[in-house]
Design a protein around this ligand. Structure first.
Ligand code: A3P
Length: 316
């Protein structure tokens, strides 16, 4: 029996998600049969994981990390989704000639060369057990939940592995209950906030990345123990800004032929959509905002974790 009773999933949503034995929701791209293999996935101490609740700046962070670890030239030559293993997703969801939708990307990763870059949106309990024994580097990125939810809602219109929600208000009803693929934002973020003092863990906030990208690149290079020259630091920071990265065919999913991002034929739907702080103000009703603020205060009050919900210089 699902733990998420009494709110029920609409049948058309139920059809388009994976529901785990614990009653958690995952993307359709992660069938339940992958979960044991992922738990038993062999982690190497040299691995670098980027872990996030969806739409929190994962790809951006991967792009920065790839340049720090592999260099800009290498990163420019290869599709970002091919040099970062999205471990729980089906192979067919990467632009991959050897696509086989019955296998998980973790299978490809098994033979990956060191240092492997890996990505996951899974809640902590579904991650490889060895993540906590081999202690590879883990970068966790959190984004304020209002913007992350709005970005996620828009993404459901694009991504064929995610359900269709009628409108923002319908999405909000599922979101605040944690009833969307990858689950409850609070549980996800707070599980890694609790790990932030571990030496192999770096906890970043999307809003800090926006406010000072260069500082973020520097922090990441220190954490990854890969010092950068001043020129490289400047170049990576510039190339990772939203405008520059958006033009990069290897880094911006909108410019790739990935079949999973073709749900609706609408040119206004983008993977790299706005990249700002505060877009939630264009979506949340006053009632939703009041409701969510109360929830946020209840869940976050004793944690010491805060977020910027608007950009200081925002013109929204
Ligand atoms: P928006 O939909 O708000 O624009 P993820 O990679 O985890 O799916 O996150 C996607 C979000 O990160 C999108 O947010 C996207 O625009 C934003 N993003 C991607 N690259 C970015 C960059 N270089 N700078 C700022 N935001 C970026």
């Amino acid at each position: 029996m699902s733990k998420h009773i009494p709110f029920r999933l609409a049948p058309e949503i139920r059809k388009r998600v994976t529901i785990t034995a614990d009653g958690d929701l995952l993307s359709k791209g992660t069938p339940n049969k992958f979960l044991d293999d992922i738990k038993n996935f062999e982690v190497r101490p040299t691995d670098v994981f980027v872990i996030t609740w969806p739409r929190s700046g994962t790809t951006w962070t991967q792009y920065i990390v790839s340049q720090i670890v592999h260099g800009q030239e290498f990163t420019d030559k290869h599709n970002i989704n091919r040099i970062n293993y999205f471990i729980e997703m089906q192979i067919s969801t990467v632009d991959s000639p050897e696509a086989d939708d019955k296998e998980g990307i973790y299978k490809m990763a098994e033979n990956g060369a060191d240092p492997r870059l890996l990505k996951s949106h899974l809640q902590m309990k579904y991650l490889p057990t060895q993540l906590f024994t081999k202690r590879p580097k883990v970068i966790y990125v959190a984004r304020n939940p209002k913007d992350a939810a709005v970005s996620y809602y828009n993404f459901t219109h694009l991504n064929t592995m995610l359900p269709n929600y009628g409108d923002w208000s319908e999405f909000y009803e599922y979101f605040h209950r944690g009833l969307i693929p990858y689950g409850d934002w609070f549980e996800h973020v707070l599980s890694w906030w609790g790990m932030r003092h571990e030496p192999n863990v770096m906890f970043l906030r999307y809003e800090d990345m926006i406010k000072d990208t260069k500082q973020t690149v520097l922090k990441l290079s220190n954490f990854l123990e890969r010092p950068l020259s001043k020129t490289d630091l400047d170049d990576i920071s510039r190339r990772s800004e939203f405008g520059e990265m958006s033009k990069n065919r290897k880094a911006n999913n909108d410019l790739m032929n990935n079949p999973i991002f073709k749900k609706r034929d609408n040119a206004n739907l983008k993977f790299m959509r706005k990249g700002i702080i505060g877009d939630w103000q264009n979506y949340f009703t006053m009632a939703q905002n009041n409701h969510f603020n109360t929830l946020f205060s209840d869940k976050m009050c004793d944690t010491g974790l805060t977020f910027d919900f608007v950009h200081a210089q925002s013109s929204l």
